[in-house]
Design a protein around this ligand. Sequence first.
Ligand code: URA
Length: 198
Amino acid sequence: MAAVSDAEILSRLERLYLRMRSDPCGRNERMGEIFVPGSGVVEGGRIVFVGEAPGRDEEKAGRPFVGAAGKNLNTMLGLAGLSREEVFITNVIKYRPFTADGGNRTPSSSETKSALPFLIEELEILSPRLVVCLGLCPARALLGTGPVMAEANGKMFRWHGHDLLVTYHPSPLNFNMPSKREAMAGVFERLGRVAGRA
Ligand code: URA
């Protein structure tokens, strides 16, 4: 099969995001109206990080992982010798799920299921060398099973012909818990070795 150019990948992604914006399948009345697409580079050895859903900060910026979890993710990427300028970051759900009082909330499994076909299409376009699932939401969505994080952290799976690595979500809740932070740090250090950095 002929290699797809980076320009073609970008153009396919743009078309997918346009389609998702104009026909917001997967969005419901308990989600914000602002579409937050994936962001990052498609060149080189693509490593794609998949989070859960945008929060208020991401909705405001229109980019994933710019708030507290994003700062923690930057710290972890640093342990791998990687920067955001070298990776692609996206979420399972592209709209902010909110609670009755307007706070951020974890998406339900049915919301995740509705968003899954679009995530699969996005990943097929990106054709990553490695997919890193940040937390159980993307891991369960893609693997279709219920891994327990304490067992799945650092495990490599095969998904649609791609390598898929699972680790904790870099939320402040996990990051501020020494055991989870250390477990996550170990995975990112290993990731750096796999990516030829650390
Ligand atoms: N948490 C996520 O899962 N994604 C974001 O973009 C921000 C926080």
